[in-house]
Design a protein around this ligand. Structure first.
Ligand code: LFR
Length: 490
């Protein structure tokens, strides 16, 4: 028995892909149909995404799928969060969207919260304070452009609109704007007013797992596409990744490891109390009424930049191999320090950081990679203990998904330092979660619980157990270090 064919369009900050999927005898079978690069470019004073280019790549991918013999597909789109496209009365994009890494929002949190307290915003929204949240981006937006704006569309919603002509605002991604009210489930008027936008500028809110519509016939004809039905999935990539995590263990946490590392737990009720606020945990909305209680960690962004600055002479796998030849924990780095968000040169920034903190300066590609991997692992282990503290129970396993789950060195270090079993894989969890929501919407799978069982049975998930007493004390040392680092940052 084989189901119909599904396509996941999954676009991250550094690359995008179209994955083809079927259920064959209750196993999920996936293959890549098309892959392309993504990245922001500096244009007209800002770092911007080439969203038209991304749409073009999707159309190219779909026409390849048709050529491979598929006449009929279902499709879902997910991308990174917080960024948006301004659309005018005629339904045209006003400008290329500005990237969340653009410097325009530096200091915006402070500026916006002079008369609206952080506590108030957190109580309302339950969303972590990141200076790139849509709230602060809109606060810094060009007022003339906003006045011309008929609709504000989040990136994946805009792509869906460009393909089908239908506009919606999907909630998992909308929650990352930091403008949705937890209590009402709608955009909060007070916050909208603060940034000069109106409820009516957002297309209607929909849950993940709703049918959007068919790809426009003019596009189908021009690009020779299969008949394509678009479903609004969990359009925030991290929300899709959480659905795509197999959920192994009793009290499991996930780590979606890509450009960002998102670590946290899936909750049925939001946790926006004082400790969560102080620890800057977020309650992003998940599919099917869940909350993604998590924290953003700078993630493989550090390695992606190092790789690029080394002229791409090493692959990620080669960098991991070189790192393995170096001893871990040669220096402690607060990987979430803002200075690593968009430095002009990552390698130099890391070296400077080590000089300023009077630590050994990593020099070779292996030393630099090990510095990043070992500090990311430490940061993960630290967050697991914070999660235990906030949630009031012990997390007993960590499901690492995404590209970073291929780095065995980090999986093992994380297990050893945290004392928790790590289950690594699938690395394509985001595309898988995207597909699963489509399959549930079309009735090929009953619910998320079964979807996760199918995922666990379809992919090779590796277990990493803690190696006892290998690095005694290192986590405590790191915790003290982070504490003093936070104090410095304040
Ligand atoms: C990961 C991610 C994170 C979000 C960041 C910016 O790709 O979506 O969840 O905080 O990108 O949008």
């Amino acid at each position: 028995f084989m189901t119909r064919t599904y396509v996941a369009v999954d676009i991250g900050a550094s690359s995008g892909r179209l994955m083809l999927a079927n259920l064959v005898d209750s196993k999920l079978v996936m293959k890549e149909a098309h892959r392309f690069k993504n990245g922001f470019i500096h244009d007209k004073g800002h770092d911007r995404w080439n969203v038209d280019g991304l749409i073009k790549e999707i159309l190219i991918g779909l026409s390849k799928i048709k050529k491979a013999g598929y006449q009929n597909v279902v499709l879902g789109i997910d991308t990174w969060a917080v960024d948006y496209v301004l659309v005018d009365e005629q339904g045209e994009k006003i400008q290329d969207p500005i990237s969340y890494r653009d410097t325009r929002t530096q200091g915006s949190i402070e500026r916006l919260t002079t008369d609206l307290s952080k506590e108030y915003i957190y109580q309302k929204t339950g969303i972590q304070f990141l200076d790139f949240n849509t709230l602060y981006q809109l606060f810094e937006e060009d007022k003339d452009l906003l006045a011309k704006t008929a609709r504000i569309m989040m990136i994946p919603d805009y792509i869906g609109y460009a393909l089908t002509g239908k506009a919606v605002t999907e909630v998992t991604n909308a929650s990352t704007t930091q403008m949705l009210s937890l209590r009402e489930g709608l955009f909060d008027d007070h916050l909208l007013e603060k940034v000069n936008v109106k409820q009516s500028q957002f297309p209607k809110l929909v849950e993940a797992g709703t049918i959007l519509g068919e790809v426009k016939s003019e596009l189908s004809e021009k690009y020779d596409l299969p008949k394509t039905e678009v479903i609004t999935v969990a359009t925030h990539d991290t929300a899709s990744a959480v659905i795509g995590a197999p959920g192994i263990g009793q009290k499991w946490a996930y780590l979606s490891s890509g450009t960002w590392s998102l670590i946290g737990a899936e909750l049925n009720i939001p946790e926006n109390g004082e400790v969560a606020f102080k620890q800057n945990y977020t309650n992003e909305w998940g599919a099917y009424g869940t909350y993604r209680f998590l924290k953003n960690i700078m993630g493989l962004w550090l390695i992606q930049n190092i790789k690029q600055e080394l002229g791409d002479q090493y692959s990620f796998a080669e960098l991991a191999k070189l790192a393995e030849e170096e001893p871990p924990f040669q220096q402690l780095i607060d990987v979430n320090d803002e200075r690593f968000q968009n430095p002009s040169n990552m390698i130099e920034e890391i070296k400077k950081y080590c000089q300023e903190t009077k630590q050994k300066v990593p020099q070779t590609p292996g030393e630099l990679s090990m510095a990043v991997y070992s500090n990311l692992s430490l940061y993960y282990a630290n967050e697991l203990s914070i999660l235990d503290h906030i949630l009031g129970y012990h997390i007993d396993s960590l499901n690492i998904v995404g590209g970073g789950s291929n780095v065995e060195l980090m999986n093992q270090l994380t297990a050893t330092i945290s004392g928790v079993n790590v289950y690594a894989g699938p690395s394509e969890a985001t595309a898988i979660g995207n597909i699963m929501v489509q399959m549930i919407t079309k009735g090929d799978i009953l619910n998320v619980y079964l979807a996760r069982r199918i995922i666990a049975n379809s992919f090779n998930i590796k277990e990493f157990r803690p190696e006892n007493d290998k690095y005694p004390e290192i986590l405590q040392v790191y915790q003290r270090f982070l504490k003093s680092s936070f104090e410095r940052r304040k």
